[in-house]
Design a protein around this ligand. Structure first.
Ligand code: AMP
Length: 217
């Protein structure tokens, strides 16, 4: 159990956590666990969780800790998390950080290392408003940096791309406000425990990836 890579990606919405987590997961052979993706899937499937989460997500606020605890614990219990995992979008506040510590203890796993993507607010607003998502398979594009091969259509499944409700400018501002109030304090929390590495997130994706790999060691 000595070589677990239990990783948490921190950073504002639109910092590139999803993109980097996917790439890192592929390289390290670890599962990418995005609570945002899990919640959006629940919304698409119309499950109880999805029904409870949808309105809150559309406003750019945080879904209650209780709703997340079960799905996170269940996911981290799976066999593919034995050597480690990359959490993206969880924890989102200090209480989730302590819930996560409890879950890991209970499962006999090592504590997480946090990797933070550092990106300024004005960069975030520009990035998120040019982000387009596939409502069917969840693929993410950026009209400026990584457009789909055919305009407006998902490369993978051919579905028409959308601007996520919560990627509209007014909601982006609210998500950033929530980030600074609730999520940003996590950096100090992990730094205090000597478990934080911060990398600049406003470089080209390949350079960010390189910096993250260096930080992981
Ligand atoms: P994301 O794709 O990570 O930006 O998540 C999209 C939305 O899902 C967020 O704005 C929240 O409403 C909700 N969400 C995702 N992860 C969490 C979490 N750990 N705690 C509370 N809400 C979350």
């Amino acid at each position: 159990m000595h070589h677990q890579k239990n990783l948490v990606l921190l950073g504002p919405p639109g910092a590139g956590k999803g993109t980097q987590a996917k790439e890192l997961a592929a390289r390290l052979g670890l599962p990418h666990i995005s609570t945002g993706d899990m919640l959006r899937e629940a919304v698409r499937e119309g499950t109880e969780l999805g029904k409870k989460a949808k309105a809150v997500m559309d406003r750019g606020e945080l879904v209650s800790d209780e709703l997340l605890t079960g799905i996170v614990k269940e996911r981290l219990s799976k066999a593919d998390c034995e050597k480690g995992f990359i959490l993206d979008g969880y924890p989102r506040n200090l209480s989730q950080a302590s819930i996560l510590e409890g879950i890991l203890k209970e499962l006999g796993k090592d504590p997480v290392k946090a990797l933070e993507l550092d990106v300024a607010d004005d960069v975030i607003v520009k990035r998120l408003s040019s982000r387009r998502s596939c409502p069917a398979c969840g693929a993410v594009y950026n009209l400026v940096f990584s457009p789909p091969k055919k305009e407006g259509v998902c490369d993978t499944c051919g579905t028409a791309l959308i601007l996520r409700d919560d990627d509209k400018e007014s909601v982006i501002r609210e998500r950033l406000r929530v980030y600074h109030e609730k999520t940003a304090p996590l950096s100090a929390h992990y730094a205090q425990e000597g478990r934080l590495k911060s990398v600049p997130g406003d470089l080209p994706p390949a350079q960010v990836l390189e910096a993250l790999e260096k930080a992981i060691g």
